[in-house]
Design a protein around this ligand. Structure first.
Ligand code: G3P
Length: 217
């Protein structure tokens, strides 16, 4: 399973990248606002640091302007994945980019029907929002399962990029189902290492080792 980091916070990306835990990065207008940085400048910095796909999102709502914005974003670096919303205009722009062999991430996906359209439009990635579905009493993980079944039924090449990940359980559920990628905030990825029994076990080992009076080197 590939790990994308869902942030435009360069320091947080660098920390996880140094740990070898970054296969890509996803940004969106809210994360760019949160970074307080210029979209082109910060995206270029992230693309230089990470070798995998870096999603940068268009903000237009009509296909023609989405295409010109997407081409401007694609100029930033070869590892840009152009992010478009799952609307008919977004799907039209996706088809145009895909026909030129460009990486496209179709975002704001909330149903299996939408995910089928993204695959048929040639998307490289589809981003179903797990957490936001759960926020609205829908089952986000069930959507990932349904998309996996449907994509496997027809051999769709689009990768399932589970987004709006809120917990470590979201990540393990997506892995169990076979999502291709998760994108999560840095803190959620870091929390994956946490386990109370690991802490307790290490504490006991160190206490017992202390009693030996020995040194390894
Ligand atoms: O990539 C989409 C993601 O950033 C949305 O996450 O937590 O705002 O639902 P969230």
């Amino acid at each position: 399973m590939k790990f994308f980091v869902d942030t435009a916070d360069v320091a947080a990306i660098r920390e996880l990248n140094d740990l070898g835990m970054v296969d890509g990065v996803t940004t969106n207008p809210s994360l760019i606002l949160k970074s307080g940085r210029d979209i082109i400048e910060v995206t270029r910095e992230i693309c230089a640091m990470v070798s995998g796909p870096v999603s940068a999102e268009v903000v237009a709502t009509d296909a023609r302007t989405m295409i010109s914005e997407g081409l401007a974003l694609a100029k930033i670096a070869p590892n840009i994945a152009i992010k478009v919303p799952l609307t008919w205009d977004g799907l039209t722009a996706c088809k145009a980019f895909a026909s030129e062999g460009r990486m496209v991430n179709v975002t704001l996906c909330f149903s299996a029907a939408q995910a089928i359209l993204a695959a048929k439009a040639g998307a490289s990635f589809v981003s179903p929002f797990v957490g936001r579905l759960d926020d609205n009493n829908h089952d986000g993980i069930q959507l990932i399962e349904d998309i996996r079944t449907i994509y496997d039924n027809y051999g769709f090449k689009t990768e399932i990029l589970a987004a709006s990940i809120r917990s470590v359980n979201h990540i393990t559920d997506c892995a169990r189902i076979g999502a291709d990628v998760i994108t999560a905030p840095p803190a959620v990825i870091k929390a994956m290492a946490n386990h109370v029994l690991t802490d307790k076990g290490l504490e006991q080992f160190l206490k017992d080792w202390g009693k030996t009076g020995q040194k390894i080197n």
